[in-house]
Design a protein around this ligand. Structure first.
Ligand code: FAD
Length: 532
């Protein structure tokens, strides 16, 4: 295997939600030579661009890393599939398209933890900068940015009923969960444009690739970062049967995501010395927080059989399915434009809570598991997740070989406070389903089922019926305590020339879906690098 040397100013590792943003912004200055390396392929698979295509691209090794967790004790030893995009656009190319920013208090809390410049007022301009909001500009939203944000192109009566039922159970209507307040019920917005997915590869990277100072290499697996006197100087990557060394005269920016960024750092000699020595990696610098602080949103799915027609009826019928395809081809509307959910509810699991701590994703369809065929009866899904879980997991390498997948232990439901919210979340779901607008339509609670009644039984239901909603974050957390990995400028503590800019830097998970916040992190990282 030959080694080829190359020289750049900036090297960005990973062309995902954050990496496409960082690379595209850095090369806006024509004097910067930027190299962007992506382990996955080009985004040529047509299912990437059709919104509902995540059913085809998830769990597909051509586009997904196909990670799997360790057995999770809090889930009765179940192992969960953890899809992550391995393609241009990263997880923004196979996610559920939902555009949600979280709560202002999440970012104020990051600042309170010692991260200057990350309070809500400081980060809002980056959300606005990236955005091209279909509804127009206002205090919270921007237009003209690379990230298209639009309203859903599919409405179904059962979703309307769900919204009415939520209102009847005391939850206010809210047309914009990314506006003045998140609390309430309303339709999601999505990262899509005219019926097509709008990944960061499409919005940010594609226009930037016209610039001669940006070089993109796909199918390039970065295996190691090399250091000289605790200064990151180069990276090694595998491309085909060749190993390459690329040197960065300015900085290396790690945007490989919440699983691969800590893995790459550990394989390169940063992390907990006990772990590194156990797998034979020479220690470059002790940073015990790398891989720790893993957080994710765990959703408990309730499925209700209904008298109303749902998408199950359309998708299980050959003729209707054909019509769905024709509708999409002719109008770019209908079920093929389906984001991962239609209706969002942000509310409180109990009156004592000061701000929404649970989120619902309501879908006008149901399936045994996400990605499987829909049930052969009319039903909808009402999933509830805790927004700010206390349980913390870990990601640790099992080998010094960067191609061997790390061990992922999310430790869901290991904190009793999370168990309490899980129980209360199911109760809120049942309260909504028994409100006047829904109760006459619902014929049965199919999952978990009426046999689960006591608190102990509801917790058992959560352990048996929950799934990730694919939001792992926090494994290279920003801060200045002993377990933090990067400072508030995203520079790796104790190391020069190296930043991390992706979902892994979140000190605490945001109260909502994580793609838009990761794009914001990419925007702010690029701005800090360019002005630094
Ligand atoms: C199935 C699914 C559904 C989701 N649904 C939603 C949703 O509806 N709304 C929402 O807001 N969020 C959603 N998310 C979460 C959101 O997409 C992620 O939080 C976000 O994309 C994370 O961005 P990132 O930049 O940190 O990582 P990623 O976007 O995953 O990017 C990391 C990139 O680095 C590359 N890479 C990794 N290691 C290497 C290496 N060694 N060498 C070279 N390249 C490497 C990867 O291939 C990838 O392209 C979903 C995620 C998934 C997987």
């Amino acid at each position: 295997m030959k080694t080829v040397d190359e020289q750049h100013d900036f090297i960005v590792v990973g062309a995902g939600s954050a990496g496409c943003v960082v690379a595209s912004r850095l090369c806006e200055n024509p004097s910067h030579r930027v190299l962007l390396l992506e382990a996955g392929t080009r985004d040529w698979n047509p299912w990437i661009h059709i919104p509902v295509g995540y059913f085809k691209t998830m769990h597909n090794p051509a586009t997904d890393w196909c990670y799997m967790t360790e057995p999770v004790p809090g889930l009765g030893g179940r192992q969960l599939q953890w899809p992550r995009g391995k393609v241009l656009g990263g997880s923004s190319s196979l996610n559920g398209l939902l555009y949600v920013r979280g709560q202002a208090e999440d970012y104020d809390r990051w600042a309170e933890l010692g991260n200057d410049g990350w309070g809500y007022d400081a980060i809002l301009p980056y959300f606005r900068k990236s955005e091209d909001q279909e509804r127009g500009e206002d205090r919270f939203h921007g237009t003209g940015g690379p990230q298209k944000v639009s309203d859903l192109r599919l409405r179904r009566p059962i979703a309307e009923r769900f919204i009415q039922a939520a209102v009847e159970s005391g939850i206010p209507l809210n047309n914009d969960c990314n506006g003045a307040t998140q609390e309430g019920v309303g339709y999601f917005q999505q990262s899509a444009y005219k019926g097509f997915r709008w990944s960061t590869a499409k919005g940010f990277l594609r226009p930037a690739l016209k610039r001669p100072n940006l070089k993109l290499v796909t199918k390039a697996h970065v295996c190691r970062i090399n250091f000289r006197d605790r200064q990151a100087v180069s990276i090694e990557y595998r491309h085909g049967d060749r190993m390459h060394t690329a040197r960065a005269s300015a900085e290396i920016v790690l945007c490989a995501g919440a699983i691969n960024s800590p893995q790459l750092l550990q394989c390169s000699g940063l992390g907990n010395p006990v772990l590194l020595e156990s797998v034979g990696v020479p220690v470059v610098h002790e940073l015990p927080g790398i891989g720790r602080n893993l957080q994710d949103h765990l959703q408990i799915r309730l499925v209700f059989k209904t008298r109303d027609r749902t998408l199950n009826d359309e998708l299980n019928h050959v003729l209707k399915r054909t019509m769905v395809g024709i509708q999409y081809l002719l109008t770019r509307t209908g079920p093929l434009t389906l984001a991962a959910s239609q209706v969002a509810v942000f509310t409180r699991s109990s009156p004592e809570v000061s701000r929404p701590d649970i989120q619902f994703h309501m879908q006008p369809l149901s399936a045994g598991r996400p990605g499987e065929n829909t049930h052969r009866f009319s039903a909808f899904t009402s999933s509830v997740c805790q927004l700010r879980p206390w349980s913390r997991g870990e990601i640790n390498i099992r080998s010094k070989d960067p191609l061997i997948y790390p061990e992922i232990q999310p430790n869901y439901l290991s904190d009793p406070r999370d168990c309490e919210v899980a129980i209360n979340g199911i109760k809120v779901a049942r309260r909504i389903s028994s409100a006047p607008s829904l109760r006459d339509s619902i014929t049965d609670e199919f999952v978990p089922g009426g046999q689960y009644q006591s608190d102990a039984e509801l917790l058992q239901a959560a352990r048996e019926h929950s799934q990730t909603i694919y939001h792992p974050v926090g494994t290279c957390k920003m801060g200045n305590d002993p377990l933090s990995v990067v400072d508030s400028e995203l520079k790796v503590h104790g190391i020069g020339g190296l930043r991390v800019a992706d979902a892994s830097i979140m000190p605490e998970i945001v109260s909502g879906n994580t793609n838009a916040p990761t794009i914001m992190i990419g925007e702010k990282a690029a701005d800090m690098i360019l002005s630094g």
